[in-house]
Design a protein around this ligand. Structure first.
Ligand code: AMP
Length: 303
């Protein structure tokens, strides 16, 4: 079966990846509580860089409203999750955030939170059509978010970024300037049919953003969020027609970022057409090499 983002020729990384099986699990794993690190003052380094909003159209207050306060350093590795819409990037990012104390940066979430600002409203017209938001606009948001992590930014998971070759190149240049790098790129592979099924049944809380699925992860009370009782909504880009546009954008543009990172030898591929716990188990094996090797150490209890 053709997988979204599957390589024509298996890469070295793909050949050395752990053996995986494809089986459809009945229930999605309920994500554990996400560890939210306490807010910390922005580092002086971030100030040196002008902090969020430097040279950009957004005012500092607007940036704080969108991003919240700067977060302290947690895990050290910087990871990118690449995958078609609904490949499970957001779910895996949250699980990794909890397991390793990393910080999830979802450009989709940043763009949604920016709604009401000139930048957010411009982005919304593309998002509701299922199209990619222009590179310059997303780069600006991403740059501001990375600066808010301190210099060099460490311990982040990019979820939904980069989505074009220009973004991948922009990210590399940006990180180089900040003295940081990407340690691993994990490609979550799913068949197009799975993407369509997952997206058309997806609902999210209009208040807290918690994500549900009408079949795989239904809310206890129809139409209401289990966590905050907020209204469950279908995102504008989540209809079947828009999903097809988004899948085309993935194939035409986002899949091109994979060879960019493969040339740097940091790509691993995971079969993401499975229960999120099984996917996490493979991702964990990739991020935690044999004892003695460099890699991520899970948080100890209470950390
Ligand atoms: P997501 O929540 O990651 O599925 O993103 C939702 C929508 O936000 C996408 O369909 C795009 O319209 C937009 N978007 C998110 N991230 C990016 C990006 N890196 N580049 C361009 N558009 C993006």
């Amino acid at each position: 079966m053709k997988r979204v983002g599957a390589p024509e020729v298996p890469s070295r990384a793909a050949l050395s990846a752990p053996e995986m099986t494809t089986k459809q699990a009945p229930q999605a794993l309920k994500a554990p509580e996400v560890v939210v690190p306490p807010a910390a003052p922005r580092s002086s380094a971030a100030h040196r860089h002008g902090g969020p909003g430097a040279g950009a159209g957004l005012q500092r207050l607007e940036v704080q409203r969108v991003f919240g306060p700067a977060q302290p350093k947690t895990g050290e590795s910087n990871i990118i999750l690449v995958g078609a819409p609904a490949s499970g990037k957001g779910t895996q990012a949250k699980l990794l955030e909890s397991k390793y104390g990393l910080v999830q940066i979802s450009t989709g979430d940043l763009l949604r939170k920016a709604k009401g600002s000139p930048l957010g409203d411009e982005a919304a017209t593309y998002m509701s059509a299922g199209k990619l938001v222009p590179d310059a606009l997303v780069m600006k948001l991403l740059e501001q978010r990375l600066h808010a992590l301190g210099t060099p930014p460490k311990g982040f998971i990019l979820d939904g970024f980069p989505r074009t070759l220009a973004q991948a190149q922009g990210l590399s240049a940006l990180l180089q300037g900040l003295g940081a790098k990407i340690d691993r790129v994990i490609v979550l592979e799913v068949p197009a049919q799975t993407v369509i099924g997952r997206i058309s049944g997806r609902r999210s809380c209009g208040d807290c953003g918690e994500v549900y699925h009408l079949e795989n992860k239904p809310p206890k009370k129809s139409g209401c969020c289990d966590k905050c009782d907020g209204p469950l909504i279908q995102r504008e880009g989540d209809t079947v027609e828009k999903v097809k546009v988004r899948l085309d954008a993935f194939e035409a543009q986002t899949a091109k970022v994979i060879p960019f990172f493969e040339r740097r030898g940091i790509v691993s591929r995971v079969d993401a057409d499975r229960d999120s716990a099984e996917v996490l188990s493979d991702v964990t094996q990739i991020l935690e090499p044999a004892p003695g090797g460099a890699g991520l150490a899970p948080l100890a209890a209470g950390e």
